[in-house]
Design a protein around this ligand. Structure first.
Ligand code: FES
Length: 106
């Protein structure tokens, strides 16, 4: 299993476990885990409602692509540790990471 921690908008942290062979994005796993994420664009890096902050493990993630960087640039509250959850693939590098949900609520 791949295990990482998710902090919701109230600051509550929970462990999320995902099978290793799953082929999903972090956004899809967060939605499937009942986190309130709009994901209006369906994972195309076009809406930024899946904005997360990477509180631990940022350096282990693949760098953001141009489309993701462009979209993050439009967010007034984005920081150096901001990413779009739809652009993060679930794999074993996510083990031990901590993500804080930041995108707009429904
Ligand atoms: S779901 Fe729209 S940018 Fe990630």
């Amino acid at each position: 299993m791949i295990e990482f921690t998710v902090e919701d908008r109230d600051g509550e942290q929970k462990q999320v476990e995902v099978p290793e062979e799953i082929s999903l994005s972090l956004m899809e796993v967060l939605k499937a885990s009942d986190y309130n994420i709009l994901a209006t664009c369906g994972g195309m890096a076009l809406c930024a409602t899946c904005h997360v902050q990477v509180l631990r493990g940022l350096e282990d993630l693949p760098h953001a692509g141009d489309e993701e960087m462009d979209m993050l640039d439009t967010l007034p509250d984005a920081g150096f540790d901001s990413r779009l959850a739809c652009q993060i693939r679930i794999d074993e590098t996510l083990n031990g990471m901590v993500f804080r949900i930041r995108g707009d609520e429904q």
